[in-house]
Ligand binder design. Structure first.
Ligand SMILES: [Zn+2]
Length: 236
């Protein structure tokens, strides 16, 4: 008689042949000791290792244009790199589980930096409902929910809303982007949120125009609100 361990092992091998686990970045078949992405892709991800408080490029860029408490990005954006592929798949190829990978990868760093100390809500940069229906989810939701569960901070998409449908921003220059997003957001239930500290989560920070509009909306509509920003990656 086969020991149960061997049967289990055989079953696992068979599953692997029928449904091989693929690297979320390069699509190569994963080895048994590799989790979501392969060792090679993992080693080429560039962690930012920023201190969240002062004098990091994200904080400096955003605090020059808007009033924020903390700001950081987890990775340095590389246009042809693993981070670009992961974020692209997360946004456009129906891979919400990449959000869980990002959350898992960043917990230690965020804990060491006490990023979620005194934070009341985690909110994503909202998508217009039409866009969210097309995509099926907000690309930051799994990331936000997982961090929220870990740090005991509620994640919500019900406070900051996007009321204007904006075209893709990628073809526009900084000034056009800014005009485009300035009026796009609104807050629901402002009085109930008075004095709360929000962490806005976003995928990639470039000029910071979208974040600026989100932060401005919250600070304008919610009395004594505080806002921090956490991005997956930053374009330096
Ligand atoms: Zn890979």
């Amino acid at each position: 008689m086969f020991p149960i361990k061997i049967i289990k092992r055989g079953y696992k091998d068979m599953l692997n042949i029928l449904y091989p686990r693929l690297c979320l970045s390069c699509d190569e078949v994963l080895h048994e000791d590799e989790k979501e992405i392969c060792h090679q892709c993992l080693s080429s991800l560039q962690l930012s290792r920023f201190d969240y408080t002062q004098n990091n490029p994200v904080y400096n860029r955003l605090s020059a244009i808007v009033n924020i408490e903390r700001a950081t990005a987890l990775f340095l954006f590389d246009k042809a790199g693993v981070i670009q592929k992961l974020i692209h798949k997360l946004k456009y190829e129906n891979h919400p589980e990449i959000g869980a990978f990002f959350a898992k990868t960043s917990i230690k760093y965020l804990q060491e930096n006490r990023f979620f100390n005194d934070v009341d809500y985690i909110i994503p940069v909202p998508l217009h409902p039409k866009k969210q229906r097309q995509r099926g989810y907000n690309q930051m939701s799994v990331f936000g929910e997982n961090l929220g569960n870990y740090f005991s901070v509620p994640y919500t998409e019900k406070i900051l809303l996007r009321q204007i449908y904006t075209e893709s921003q990628t073809q526009k220059n900084a000034l056009e982007r800014r005009d485009n997003v300035r009026q796009a957001f609104d807050v629901v239930g402002a009085e109930l949120c008075a004095g709360k500290h929000f962490v806005i989560i976003d995928d990639v920070i470039t000029t910071g125009a979208t974040i600026e509009a989100c932060v401005e909306t919250i600070l304008k509509k919610i009395p004594q609100a505080k806002v921090s920003v956490l991005a997956l990656a930053v374009v330096l």
